[in-house]
Write a protein that binds this ligand. Structure first.
Ligand SMILES: Cc1cc2nc3c(=O)[nH]c(=O)nc-3n(C[C@H](O)[C@H](O)[C@H](O)COP(=O)(O)O)c2cc1C
Length: 118
């Protein structure tokens, strides 16, 4: 799958809903962090789930945050390689399956973003 969501539409929606975050894509896979008021985050995620252009969405975690991690990005987009995404996806999946503390998942995502931006 090579679809990349229209960042203009996503960013406009997110700005209106006070949502920030980051979308990492590579090899047709996406890993996304959505931050904001709980209701806005959930309704955005429901729209993403309903979008027929992609499949197999998995909610890894919902984490209460003291402060945002991506507060200057209405939805930053980072292009990763398929290997980078798959490696992180496998890690996230294993964390998810072992019920690791949610805060560790957040730091995992921050590390992914740092890694790709370097
Ligand atoms: C991987 C992926 C990430 C997306 N992220 C967002 C997002 O952060 N915000 C958003 O509004 N739409 C996002 N979309 C698009 C939504 O699935 C949907 O098309 C859009 O929210 C519909 O907006 P509308 O109801 O204003 O037409 C994403 C789609 C994909 C495939």
């Amino acid at each position: 799958m090579s679809f990349v969501p229209s960042s203009m539409v996503s960013r406009a929606n997110n700005l209106k809903q006070d949502i920030t975050g980051v979308l990492c894509s590579g090899g047709g896979y996406f890993i996304q962090v959505i931050e904001g008021p709980q209701k806005a985050v959930l309704s955005s995620y429901l729209k993403i789930l309903d979008d027929p252009r992609h499949s197999d969405c998995l909610l890894i975690a919902m984490v209460p945050l003291k402060e945002r991690n991506f507060n200057n990005w209405s939805m930053g987009h980072i292009q990763a390689s398929e290997d980078q995404i798959l490696e992180r996806r496998n890690l996230l999946m294993s964390y998810w399956q072992s019920q690791v503390k949610n805060t560790e998942i957040v730091s995992l995502m921050k590390k992914l973003v740092q890694l790709i931006r370097e």
